[in-house]
Write a protein that binds this ligand. Structure first.
Ligand code: DQA
Length: 144
């Protein structure tokens, strides 16, 4: 079984991008944590980052029937993308929304998410650990 982890725009810059908000760990560190967490749970990890909304839509669509769950940090698209939300619903794959930072402690426009109400769970402000929690949760849902 496979868990899918998708990262949206600008997360390729993790480590150098606003480190006071996002920390100094890189996307490669996130990938390693996701792979080792998945591995420990007997799961393969399909890990991607894209700056392109349509590409993220394609990746969500591709998860249908192939993935036990979706960890989605849609970054800026969280607050704008009806298309990504529609893709998540269409995929019929349980999704956990993750944000490294506590979006609720930031600008008002980050308080609105097009994904939260179609998410199985939402994890914010826990940094890299959020990805680990999300994978653990999806594994537990898959087992139950
Ligand atoms: C983010 C929060 C978003 O508001 C922001 O646009 C990001 C990263 C986070 O992980 O904290 O790019 O999703």
């Amino acid at each position: 079984p496979t868990v899918t982890v998708l990262n949206g725009p600008n997360l390729n810059l993790l480590g150098t991008r606003e480190p006071e908000i996002y920390g100094t760990d890189t996307l490669e560190d996130v990938r390693r944590l996701c792979v080792s967490t998945s591995d420990g749970l007997g799961l393969d990890c399909d890990f991607h980052q894209s700056n392109a909304e349509g590409e993220l839509v394609d990746l969500v669509q591709a998860a249908r029937g192939r993935s036990i769950g979706l960890v989605l940090n849609a970054a800026g698209y969280t607050h704008t993308s009806v298309a990504l939300r529609d893709a998540v619903v269409a995929s019929e794959v349980p999704m956990v929304e993750v944000h490294l930072s506590n979006v609720h402690a930031r600008e008002d426009f980050r308080h609105r998410s097009y994904l939260s109400d179609v998410a199985s769970g939402v994890i914010v402000g826990c940094g890299l650990l959020g990805y680990q929690f999300a994978i653990q949760r999806l594994a537990a849902l898959h087992r139950s």
